[in-house]
Design a protein around this ligand. Structure first.
Ligand code: K1U
Ligand code: ZN
Length: 167
């Protein structure tokens, strides 16, 4: 199964808003499978289709230590949120950069599973953070946009330097 190339911040394609999935066909099932494999290999705890340049509302998440609790969420939406938490976040599209972001402490998300059944998940802690982070990717937002302009400028400079070294 192919590993998918992950777009790097500040690639403008990360700003595109993903479209809802109308029909869960073989192409969506294959995309979700390839995304899960790419996330596990990276390694990461989540991945949004936007990050692999597919602008459809599909995310995969596995925050388990055993790496065997995969969630595939089609058209995910946060329908309830409560509280606040500040958590250190990373992003596979912003390699090597970690910083604190304030998010809701707990969320309820509604989504379709791969069989097209509507599901809800109640989440707190890292799963809640990850759901918020991945759904923001589908809306064209990267976590560093929660940081100050100064930090964003420094991050862009650091990533540009890294890209030059590895070219
Ligand atoms: O969206 C992404 O780029 C994935 C990202 C998700 C995320 C991490 C932390 C907080 C919020 C959202 C990552 O997975 S970054 C890598 C990472 O955090 C990690 C990797 C291996 C094991 C545990 C964590
Ligand atoms: Zn990310």
């Amino acid at each position: 199964m192919p590993l998918l190339p992950i777009l790097r911040f500040p690639d403008p394609r990360l700003k595109k808003k993903a479209a809802p999935v109308r029909r869960i066909d073989e192409s969506i099932i294959r995309l979700a499978r390839d995304m899960a494999e790419t996330m596990y290999e990276a390694p990461g705890v989540g991945l949004a289709a936007t990050q692999v340049d597919v602008h459809k509302r599909v995310i995969v998440i596995d925050v388990s230590e055993t790496r065997d609790r995969l969630f595939t969420l089609i058209n995910p939406e946060i329908i309830e949120s409560a509280g606040q938490q500040v958590c250190e976040e990373g992003c596979l599209s912003v390699p090597g950069i970690y910083d604190k972001v304030e998010r809701a402490e707990s969320v309820v998300a509604r989504y379709l599973d791969l069989a097209g059944q509507e599901q809800t998940v109640e989440a707190n802690g890292l799963l809640a953070v990850c759901l918020q982070h991945e759904i923001e990717h589908l809306d064209g937002k990267v976590f560093v946009e929660h940081l100050s302009q100064l930090k964003q400028t420094r991050i862009k400079a650091r990533l540009a330097k890294q890209a030059k070294i590895s070219a």
